[in-house]
Ligand binder design. Structure first.
Ligand code: 3EB
Length: 305
């Protein structure tokens, strides 16, 4: 199948609340799927709070913000996260999406942009929540953006949340120093138990990391197998089961990030036979992954499990 050249692709736009409300373009080209990521269509605008446009529905508080990246990435990550943590004080964080310009590039002192982002984010959590913050961090993803801004999107809730780790992956917040001065601050999954007893489950960006090491560096086929195994393992750990979930009318949406657009057909064919159901929503996006040797990352949101 011929694919459009990367330059012609439209970029993913995040819309919270009703269609047509202001959107955030996150600088991630869409390969196939919906160019609008519609989050919580029932939410209503709840005002601008600092840098964040916020939205709310009964139990949810949502928002997005963007600030310039470049040499100010670490400070701006810290500043956005301090605002985010303060404005969600009466809620529990359930999911954060991060889009980081030039994620695999390095700043003048050679610290990688992703590592600078991780430092700013960890500093914000530590200053707001104290040194034990890691047990409270929610599910997240952090992928490369082709735009100029660091974009941050969050979902928080007044319902109860539990965070889960994957037994076959080291918790990211415990990664050793070889990956950067401050480890990433996120949980592998967050489960929201709704007042009606159903669960909404956010599975973080999941890649081919075993323990803390990259599995088959640069090899998409091997990494996809490892990523699918990680998804089954976190599904089991968080109580959904490896079928995410086995049976049900739960609505599932997936985002698949590919470093190389040329991997699309092979990855999509395998996911169709090994992961996806006809009722799932899935978008394939062209993005750099936070480690240079990773080619694929998959995230999931499961509502009503
Ligand atoms: C990993 O497992 C791959 O920094 O928020 C996945 C999900 C990854 C979230 C983040 C990073 C983040 O470490 C990368």
């Amino acid at each position: 199948m011929p694919h459009p050249s990367l330059a012609e692709l439209s970029s993913l736009r995040v819309v919270i609340g009703r269609a047509g409300s202001p959107s955030l373009s996150v600088g991630v080209p869409l390969l196939t799927g919906n160019e609008i990521e519609a989050l919580f269509p029932a939410a209503e605008p709840a005002g601008q709070v600092g840098e964040f446009a916020t939205f709310s529905s009964d139990e949810w508080l949502l928002g997005f913000a963007a600030l310039p990246s470049g040499e100010t990435l670490e400070e701006n990550a810290k500043s956005l996260y301090r605002q985010l943590i303060r404005l969600t004080r009466k809620h529990h964080l359930a999911r954060i999406w991060n889009y980081v310009p030039g994620i695999n590039g390095s700043r003048a002192d050679r610290l990688e942009h992703y590592q600078a982002f991780c430092s700013g984010r960890a500093a914000a959590f530590e200053s707001e929540w104290g040194p034990g913050f890691k047990s409270q961090v929610p599910a997240a993803s952090a992928v490369g953006s082709e735009g100029a801004n660091l974009s941050v999107v969050f979902a928080a809730t007044t319902q109860s949340t539990r965070h889960f780790e994957n037994p076959i992956q080291m918790p990211a917040y415990d990664y050793p120093r070889q990956y950067g001065p401050r480890p990433p601050s996120f949980a592998r999954a967050t489960v929201v138990t709704r007042t009606d007893g159903m669960r909404d489950v956010f599975i973080s960006g999941t890649a081919a990391i075993r323990g803390h090491a990259t599995f088959t560096p640069g090899d998409t086929r091997g990494q996809l197998s490892c990523t699918l195994e990680n998804l089954r393992a976190i599904g089991t750990a968080c109580g959904l089961g490896e079928e995410l979930p086995e049976s049900s009318s739960a609505s599932r949406s997936f985002k698949v990030y590919l470093r190389n657009a040329g991997d699309l057909d092979e990855v999509a064919a395998r996911l169709k036979s090994e992961l996806l159901r006809p009722s799932d929503q899935v978008s394939y996006l062209r993005a750099d992954i936070c480690r240079r040797d990773l080619n694929v990352e998959i995230e999931a949101a499961i509502f009503g499990a």
